[in-house]
Design a protein around this ligand. Structure first.
Ligand SMILES: *Cc1c(COP(=O)(O)O)cnc(C)c1O
Length: 365
């Protein structure tokens, strides 16, 4: 992909840093006997980067999109693949084809999945999800959870009940705490009592559970986490991880206009390109730059983090980004390339955009 090097907008993924983040994180998991599913949806499962996870020996690669798991398999990745969005009834044939393990909360889906697995001549592992208050996927009533576990265990020969899991912090903003983890272990132990054996996996959530792994408060029976953001960003909200690289991803975009203009629009205000009313601050005449990328590429312009001091993102339309560069430390001209750090949201959008070019930095380059 070396020819992509001078094409913009461009996202550079530093595979060496990614590899080091994975190694540093896995070392901490090993101390606590926790296995990780490497969640690759944050960068659209781009195979070059996903291969770094496979090489690191994560217990599985995971995504919420079946298409991404298919692409990983077709890219030659042989590691177990985990589907972490509870599946659609309409995709179960594809699910047994491309994934080895998946998360569930509906008995009707489990029954249909058993038939699909049987037809494919495969045995598929399932994890039953418990909703502990975040109000996204999962069984709410633990009697329903146990009943579903018994159905899988006794009636669905092509499924293997691998364990239980939970997800916190994604919708309801509910924090993953040791109390929530103990609730999850309690739920798992109720299932174990009903089926009469120990479960292989108790999956204690996502990056929002990492702080407990690091401070030693994760209950010892939690032996699995599904980690995306924490490894990709080298830290998450409320949990700094100084032992990881922060800037695995770098966005570069090209300046297509650099001019001094008023900072307050001239004429009668109406709505912007996306139909929203906006407010503008009159700061007089200022030097501004336009970049050849926009919200179609990265979502919200407020989420862009300019690397150079003195550059401020003013706003954007689908395909243009407007910057205030008056206070930049240098003269920024047409054709210049500006760099930005990414947050999780911009990473998700940019890596899904057909307009973005990817460039991979290997170790030592
Ligand atoms: C996205 C997702 C994860 C990973 O979340 P991060 O915050 O990126 O670690 C884990 N589990 C499920 C069910 C998810 O949808």
């Amino acid at each position: 992909m070396s020819n992509e090097r001078n094409r913009y907008p461009q996202v550079e993924i530093d595979l060496g840093k990614l590899q080091e983040n994975l190694a540093a994180f896995q070392q901490r998991c090993q101390v606590s006997s926790v296995q990780i599913a490497g969640v690759v949806k944050g960068f659209h499962a781009i195979p070059e980067a996903a291969k770094v996870y496979a090489a690191a020996g994560v217990s599985s690669l995971a995504s919420s999109r079946l298409e991404q798991l298919r692409e990983l398999r077709q890219a030659g990745i042989t590691a177990p693949l985990m589907m972490i969005r509870i599946p659609m009834l309409s995709e179960l044939e594809e699910l047994v084809r491309w994934a080895d393990i998946s998360l569930h909360s509906e008995v009707a889906v489990l029954r249909a999945l058993d038939r699909a697995a049987g037809q494919a001549g495969k045995r598929h592992k399932v994890i039953l999800m418990v909703d502990l208050g975040d109000l996204r996927e999962g069984f709410w009533d633990w009697r329903d959870l146990t009943a579903a576990a018994l159905v899988v265990e006794r009636e669905l020969p092509n499924l293997e009940l691998a364990g239980v899991g939970t997800n916190l912090g994604c919708y309801g903003t509910i924090q993953a705490t040791p109390e929530k983890m103990r609730d999850l272990v309690d739920a798992a132990e109720q299932v174990e009592a009903a089926i009469g054996r120990r479960l292989e996996i108790i999956s204690g959530g996502s990056s929002s559970s990492i702080h407990m792994l690091l401070d030693g408060t994760l209950p010892s029976r939690i032996n699995h986490l599904r980690i995306g953001e924490g490894i990709l960003l080298g830290g998450i909200w409320g949990c700094d991880m100084p032992f990881m690289h922060k800037h695995v991803f770098t966005l570069r975009a090209e300046v297509i206009e650099s001019k001094i203009k008023p900072s307050y629009p001239v004429g009668e205000l109406s709505v912007d390109a996306f139909g929203r009313t906006r407010t503008y601050v009159d700061r007089g005449r200022r030097r501004r730059a336009l970049l050849a990328m926009g919200r179609a590429d990265y979502g919200e312009s407020d989420d862009l983090i300019p690397k150079e001091p003195g550059i401020k993102v003013l706003g954007a339309s689908s395909d243009h980004t407007i910057l205030d560069i008056q206070d930049a430390g240098r003269k920024i001209e047409v054709g210049d390339i500006l760099e930005f750090d990414l947050c999780y949201a911009t990473m998700v959008y940019l890596t899904s955009s057909k307009n973005v070019h990817f460039y991979f930095k290997e170790d030592g380059q």
